[in-house]
Design a protein. Structure first.
Length: 80
């Protein structure tokens, strides 16, 4: 069962989530969803859920990131 997600673009706001941290987490989730494994830089649903981000100037919209992560975490849980 392969679940693919189109690339997502988040709004950049004055005080949002650190963009680099979000991008790194999304890359790790993509690896896990594509490979079906937590090896080679992937991540489990629990690890993704526990992850937190720093607040930064000109960061990603927090609400948009959290909504997208909920969807991805649900996909990870189905794969585990």
């Amino acid at each position: 069962m392969s679940t693919s997600h189109p690339p997502v673009e988040f709004a950049v706001i004055l005080r949002g989530y650190n963009r680099k941290q979000v991008d790194v987490l999304l890359d790790r989730i993509s690896i896990s969803l594509a490979e079906g494994s937590e090896t080679l830089g992937g991540i489990t649903a629990d690890e993704a859920r526990a992850h937190s981000f720093d607040i930064a100037l000109r960061g990603y919209d927090r609400r948009q990131v959290e909504e997208h992560l909920e969807t991805l975490i649900a996909d990870l849980e189905r794969r585990e």
